[in-house]
Design a protein around this ligand. Structure first.
Ligand code: C5J
Length: 220
């Protein structure tokens, strides 16, 4: 077992049954001109998570531990995008509209791709998901069962939306979940801070959090 100093207490995992899940590090959320910006957000906040996530990916790849990437995106005909999602709010461009990086949040368009620094390597699993949670309407549960995964390390964006939703789904399915604090970001720093607090409150009701340096330390 490997033990990581974390909050609310040490996180222990078996390297034979751990996987990294990197949530939605897509250009549409992180770069100007994408879905995040059309909603009125300052996307520069998310750029802080890119290098720590790349470092975390390198850590897993060096050890040969499984890596799973997710992308929030939709089929070109939007048949998997409920009108309630497409019509929400008053963005300058809606899901499926043409933007500077192609059609917003549509699979295969440049904006739906993962930023180059965190791009999947050959053989890594990529899960396309229509919802905020990565278990909803995907094969993620079956993929993790096939890998024999019991512990999940999380990174990605945004902390309080897709990362937290997926952590909660995973927690309910019996996985021990550790979120790497500097490898996740929100458009709203206060929401990130509140989410980290929520995850580790009440004895780790959703899971654990720790900075990347603590995971590195545990692996030395
Ligand atoms: C959002 C996400 N925020 N990946 N998606 O709509 O968190």
């Amino acid at each position: 077992m490997i033990t990581v100093k974390a909050q609310p207490f040490d996180f222990a995992f078996d390297p034979a049954s751990v996987a990294l899940i990197v949530i939605d590090m897509q250009r549409d959320f992180i770069e100007p001109g994408g879905f995040g910006e059309t909603l009125g957000n300052d996307v520069s906040h998310l750029q802080r998570a890119v290098q720590p996530t790349a470092d975390l990916l390198a850590l897993f790849r060096t050890r040969g531990w499984p890596v799973i990437h997710t992308r929030e995106d939709h089929l070109p005909d939007l048949s998997d995008c409920p009108p309630s999602k497409r019509n929400r709010g008053a963005p300058s461009l809606r899901i499926g509209d043409n933007g500077p990086m192609g059609r917003i949040l549509v699979r295969g368009e440049p904006g739906a791709e993962i930023v180059p620094a965190c791009a999947p390597c050959a053989g890594e699993i990529v899960v396309d998901k229509p919802g905020k949670g990565a278990f909803h309407a995907t094969d993620l549960g079956a993929i993790l069962a096939g890998l024999g995964t019991r512990s999940l390390v999380f990174a990605g964006v945004t902390t309080e939306v897709c990362v937290q939703t997926t952590m909660r789904e995973a927690n309910d399915r019996g996985f021990d979940c550790l979120l790497i604090e500097d490898a996740t970001e929100s458009y709203f720093p206060a929401f990130k801070a509140a989410t980290l607090d929520m995850i580790r409150a009440q004895g780790g009701i959703v899971g654990w959090t720790t900075p990347l340096a603590r995971l590195v330390q545990a692996l030395e």
